[in-house]
Design a protein. Structure first.
Ligand code: NAD
Length: 546
């Protein structure tokens, strides 16, 4: 049934190796280096300008950056862009567009390959330290995101683009045919979320790699790491105006940019509601555009773990703890609904609750803490609101966690809710925090259980099944074919690696253009077919007319 899949065959040369993941184990050099860098960033909080056409721009509208894990810690300030600066940024992008589009691909690729090399050589320190401080990631989470995934995007995307450009039509002795992979005519608006520094990097960098110019608006809660990315692009030699950096007022920036005829695309990652509003904004302005803007959005998730009665329970428990609670559940791929078979529910849920009870919550600067602060007050209130409503919901029982403490930072305990209603609010809505809701299914009817998993959420981003028997793994894989764009067997549903698990989901989870794959790069090119006939025809009459 998987016509398009050929398992285990590598048809094309292999991709560059992934950036090795450093352990930050006690006594390791990386741990000492990160601590030194964190101290240095704390000691000199920056005042971050916009970067438009390569120039630093200060608006005087200054916003504070505070650490999510310690409200009293001011990490820096940034100048906020509005409609005027958004227009300036789009103008600067358009000024840079021609020269960048005419820059040969190998030259463009060098900028990003160099950026990756700079990360490995030492730039990993400010990227990781800014992500720890500004986004409250522990050292390991910052490493796999800001360091490794970012470097992977910068190395793997050029190799994928080479494969794409190599895809050419047939020519022969009579004619030459080629496909010219042009960048889009106009600028791409990249809008990035707070939760992954690497995603912020890729949203601006993948269109730029393909020859496009970009106006990039990072999330207001991730400006510190975004600033270090912008400095990295400059250090790597990205020409002025190719990526323009405009942190600031989302709505104003968006309405200024969506009204321009030269908007060529939107590269978005964030919530479904915001992506829907961007799509509507484009629809409202459709008659003003020179070309149909490309809309690429990776959005929300309600990601599942499905525990089969024959599975390795210990492995399923460990994967569920990591999948649901790493980075406080603030991953689009985080497990947030859990299906447990009745025949083993007591055993599984008590083991899971016991492990959750061992998780330490606190500052990312203390290494024993597995769960750190959520990103800001708004997130804290939304998540604790869900927990509060679950407490009052007669179908729900809190089996672990449930507490929260905002006195110093935005801390919420990893929380396990058990519900008897598979459609209860915490079972179907994206909470985007350290909250996992479990439902016990009847394992005498697995087909009904799979149908429930498939139909109970509007999203389809990630999902994991834990099972042993091979036919059952195949059956679940088939039954849940459309329930997740990234499907895991006997592994947690988070932690996609560039070049290994292209990432994205369909339904309410986005356009599924698979970040870190050729499919994504394809969206940032507008191919032109060129045919040349070597010996042109000289007589307009056809032989049949004789
Ligand atoms: P968000 O939607 O609040 O913000 C994303 C970006 O949109 C930010 O830059 C924000 O400033 C901007 N924005 C907010 N309101 C806007 C508006 N009205 N107009 C234009 N831009 C606006 O999301 P977030 O809180 O940063 O991230 C969490 C969400 O992102 C979750 O829903 C999560 O599932 C999703 N996410 C998805 C993926 C994926 O690959 N599918 C990856 C990471 C995060």
């Amino acid at each position: 049934m998987y016509d398009s899949l050929v398992f285990g065959m590598e048809a094309v040369p292999s991709l560059p190796a992934n950036e090795p993941v450093k352990s930050y184990a006690p006594g390791s050099p990386e741990r000492a280096a990160l601590e030194t860098e964190i101290a240095a960033l704390r000691a000199s909080p920056p005042e971050i300008p916009l970067v438009i056409g390569g120039r630093r721009v200060e608006t005087g509208r200054i916003r504070e950056i505070r650490a999510p894990f310690d409200h009293s810690l001011v990490l820096g300030h940034y100048h906020e862009a509005g409609a005027r600066e958004a227009a300036m940024a789009a103008d600067a992008a358009m000024e840079a567009a021609r020269a960048w589009a005419e820059t040969p691909f190998p030259v463009r690729a060098e900028v990003f390959r160099k950026a990756a090399a700079l990360i490995s050589a030492g730039y990993w320190k400010p990227l990781a330290a800014a992500t720890v401080l500004g986004q409250s990631k522990n050292a390991y989470q910052a490493e796999i995101d800001a360091v490794c995934e970012t470097a992977d995007f910068f190395r793997v995307n050029p190799a994928l683009a080479e494969r794409l450009y190599a895809e050419q039509p047939r020519s022969d002795s009579e004619e030459r045919n080629l496909v010219d992979y042009r960048p889009l005519e106009g600028f791409v608006y990249a809008v990035s979320p707070f939760n992954f520094t690497a995603i912020a990097a890729n949203l601006a960098a993948s269109p730029a790699l393909m020859g496009n110019v970009v106006v990039w608006k990072p999330a207001s809660t991730a400006v510190l790491s975004a600033w270090h990315l912008m400095r990295l692009y400059e250090e790597a030699g990205l020409p002025a105006g190719v990526i323009n950096f405009v942190p600031g007022a989302s709505r104003e920036i968006t309405s200024a940019l969506l009204a321009r005829p030269d908007l060529a695309g939107i590269h978005f990652t964030g919530s479904t509601a915001v992506f829907n509003s961007l799509w509507k904004g484009v629809a409202e302005n459709l008659s003003t555009y020179r070309a149909y803007p490309r809309l690429v959005g990776e959005t929300g998730g309600k990601d599942f773990v499905f525990v089969h009665p024959d599975c390795d329970l210990e492995a399923a428990v460990a994967a569920t703890v990591r999948g649901a609670f790493e980075y406080q559940g603030q991953k689009c791929s985080a497990a947030s609904r859990l299906y447990v078979p009745r025949s083993r529910s007591e055993e599984f849920l008590s083991a899971l609750a016991a492990e959750i009870g061992k998780v330490k919550v606190g500052s990312p600067l203390e290494y024993g803490n597995f769960v750190n602060a959520v990103i800001d007050r708004a997130a804290f209130e939304t998540i604790t609101g869900y927990i509060g409503r679950a407490r009052k919901n007669p179908s729900c029982t809190i089996l672990a966690g449930g507490g929260a403490d905002a006195s110093k930072g935005w801390f919420i305990e990893p929380t396990l809710i058990l519900t008897t209603d598979p459609h209860a609010e915490p079972m179907v809505e994206e909470i985007f925090g350290p909250v996992l809701t479990a439902y016990v299914y009847d394992d005498s009817d697995l087909d009904a259980a799979y149908a429930l998993v498939d139909s109970s959420s509007p999203y389809a981003l990630t999902g994991a099944i834990f099972a042993r028997e091979r036919h059952e793994i195949e059956r679940a894989t088939r039954a849940l074919r459309n329930a997740a764009g990234n499907f895991y067997v006997n592994d947690k549903p988070t932690g996609a690696v560039v070049g290994r698990q292209p990432f994205g989901g369909a339904r309410g989870s986005g356009t599924n253009d698979k970040a870190g794959s050729m499919l994504n790069l394809l969206r940032w090119t507008s191919p032109r077919a060129v045919k040349e006939r070597y010996a042109p025809v000289r007589d307009w009459r056809y032989p049949f007319m004789g």
